[in-house]
Design a protein around this ligand. Sequence first.
Ligand SMILES: Cc1cc2nc3c(=O)[nH]c(=O)nc-3n(C[C@H](O)[C@H](O)[C@H](O)COP(=O)(O)O)c2cc1C
Length: 183
Amino acid sequence: MKMTLIAGSNNSGSVSTRLLRYLESLLVSDGITVSFVDIRELQLPLYSPESGQNPGALRLQNEIVNADALIVATPEYHGSISGALKNALDYLTPGHVEGKPVLSVSSAGGPLGISSLTHLQTIVRNLHGVNCAEWISVGYGSNDFAPDGVPLDAGVRERAAAVLGQLIKMTRLLSAGTVVVTG
Ligand SMILES: Cc1cc2nc3c(=O)[nH]c(=O)nc-3n(C[C@H](O)[C@H](O)[C@H](O)COP(=O)(O)O)c2cc1C
């Protein structure tokens, strides 16, 4: 099983990226192959239908096409996802994402970033991905990490394990063809 993780913050000290790195560490200890794409490093120009291809967009598209499942992390910005992540997702079509389970992750300044999660799930739906039944968000009171990257909040650690369990189960079912999803 291979998963691609997409970090959607343009902030070098990003909390959502730290949470995503923690999820990555759990997946790796479970023996799952992970590819980590930080959109800060892709240097994507503002999407235009006329701009043609660029190396960052090609890498993003290839990492998604080659994955069995995706995890996408976003900051909550003004009740939605970051502009940087939206720009990256605009480079995608349903052909890249169709039928893949997608787990949404967010971080907020308030206690939780639910609006960004629902907006992200709407975009996933429009890209014909299959939203994971669970999601995870951290915010004020639950967004501190130890130097080794482990969340200090026990509830976050428990939730992280639970959402990954759901995602892995969904990915196995979809990969086995037990569940058929059409776009
Ligand atoms: C432009 C901007 C808008 C924000 N809007 C919200 C918001 O609507 N709700 C909220 O709870 N926090 C908001 N925040 C706080 C961020 O969600 C918070 O700092 C979060 O950790 C950012 O994620 P990141 O660290 O992964 O970049 C906003 C921050 C910025 C810079």
